[in-house]
Design a protein around this ligand. Structure first.
Ligand SMILES: *Cc1c(COP(=O)(O)O)cnc(C)c1O
Length: 450
């Protein structure tokens, strides 16, 4: 009975997989928020280095992973895959459940898979400093680590409420040498104008994005970095699915369904896109994205052009959206609280290639507790949405008396999220479904494009 499926170090993939050539149709253009015209590479140069801009629009199916990036990937890659024998037994299911575990990275999630190459391409392009934002701190800690590895300075605007309530992620960023600034701050015009109106503001991801972007464009030596949503981030994350395919092949298996949780789409893209390549060439495999009922972008949003951020400074992209002024409630899966979604994942959902399901918070915590008690690993609250999806698929197989092979991505561990588990175990958590009226209201403010 094999539980842990490992690849040797020299089998870290040498190329990432780019899904763009295999999409069911051409990608919609990305629109400049000021001119409402398609963005050009020159528009993006104050924000990103050229190699990342090229990756953003590349039509090449396979893109080489630089040796310097593979060397750092070796710290935790190839990431392990596990067969969840104990969970299967607890469920009494005939289904086989496999999971790919991304929590072995130094930051504890999949996010360094993209932070490392982003820092690398900035370094070779002459960037000295990176400015970025972070909500709960997963992305901030990943980019702080990556900047440290390549000798870049790093400034992270951290949403003030998290800065005060999640001190350990802040400590991780500082330990890795980053400067962490509670947002809104008096360092930028956007921060100062919020503070002038609301001195007690707790901040929001939208405000922190505005501060980081303003910081980056106002300094020649500084660029911006984003941890999800963009095409180049999804590209870097495909290392997850590429390894997973090799690991499944090692044990002579192949999934009937591949599952990932969905916030901005990067870990889902990472596990799913390499299987979508198989699907494009005729293989039978279902692909399922799991999101919270409290922020149901893929299941209840619309597929339309919208701003990437609340302040309308970020580019306008065609994606599933709940509206850029959608205010998600303070659920514990902080990494899944984004109003939009990756344009790549969105197009695949719209075309019916990818299925999406929304699940309630309590059902996810119940799944996380069962998983901790059977498999031992304490999952990040975000990842618990994928676990819920896998468990529901396994229970369905049991009901139908059918065999089924399930693969899901365990995007990170929950060691820095214990306050959320404390709340759950103490019975303080409730379910929250976003009201249809409020979604309708924020969808009334979409920009008019073309
Ligand atoms: C950030 C995060 C997510 C959600 O982001 P995606 O870009 O949708 O992957 C999921 N899981 C963990 C552990 C995270 O840190």
């Amino acid at each position: 009975m094999q539980t842990k499926i490992l690849l040797p170090e020299d089998r870290i993939p040498k190329q990432w997989y780019n899904v763009i050539p295999d999409l069911p149709g051409p990608l919609a253009p990305v629109i400049h928020p000021g001119t409402m015209q398609p963005v050009t590479p020159d528009d993006l140069l104050p924000l990103f280095p050229m190699p990342l801009i090229e990756q953003e629009v590349s039509q090449q199916r396979w893109i080489d992973i630089p040796e310097a990036v593979r060397e750092i990937y070796q710290l935790w890659r190839p990431a392990p895959m596990f067969r969840a024998h104990r969970l299967e037994k607890a469920l009494g299911t005939p289904a086989k459940i496999y999971y790919k575990y991304e929590g072995t990275s130094p930051a504890g999630s999949h996010k360094p898979n993209s932070a490392i190459p982003q820092a690398y391409y900035n370094k070779i392009s002459g960037t000295k400093r990176i400015a970025t934002e972070t909500g709960a701190g997963q992305w901030g800690s990943s980019i702080a680590l990556a900047c440290q590895m390549f000798g870049l300075e790093c400034t992270v605007y951290m949403v003030k409420v998290s800065f005060n309530q999640k001190p350990y992620r802040k400590s991780m960023m500082q330990l890795w040498g980053a400067e962490v600034i509670p947002s809104p701050s008096n360092r930028t015009n956007s921060g100062r104008s919020i503070l002038a109106e609301h001195p007690e503001s707790n901040g929001s991801l939208g405000i922190a994005i505005s501060e980081a972007v303003e910081d980056a464009v106002s300094r020649e030596d500084t660029r911006y970095a984003l941890g999800s949503v963009l095409n180049h981030v999804c590209l870097h994350q495909t290392i997850i699915g590429l390894e997973a395919k090799e690991q499944m092949a090692l044990v002579g298996d192949y999934p009937d369904v591949v599952i990932g949780c969905h916030g901005g789409g990067s870990n889902f893209a990472g596990i799913a896109f390499p299987f979508i390549a198989d699907k494009a060439s005729g293989k039978k495999v279902r692909v399922l994205a799991m999101e919270p009922l409290s922020c149901p972008t893929l299941t209840r949003g619309v597929y339309a052009f919208d701003y990437g951020d609340t302040a309308k400074m970020a580019p306008v992209a065609k994606m599933y959206t709940l509206g850029h002024d959608f205010m998600p409630p303070g659920i514990h899966a902080g990494g899944l609280r984004y109003h939009g979604a990756s344009p790549l994942v969105s197009q695949l959902v719209h075309a019916g290639v990818v299925e999406a399901k929304a699940v309630a918070q309590l059902a996810c915590f119940e799944a996380a507790v069962l998983f901790s008690r059977t498999e031992g690993i304490i999952p990040a609250p975000e990842s618990s949405h994928a676990i819920r999806g896998a468990i529901d698929e396994a229970l369905q197989a049991k009901e139908e008396g059918k065999e089924k092979t399930i693969l899901f991505n365990l995007s990170g561990h929950g060691h820095v999220d214990m306050a959320a588990y404390d709340d759950f175990l103490a019975g303080h958590l409730t379910d929250y479904e976003y009201p249809a009226e409020a979604i309708k209201e924020s969808l009334a403010h979409l920009p008019k494009v073309g």
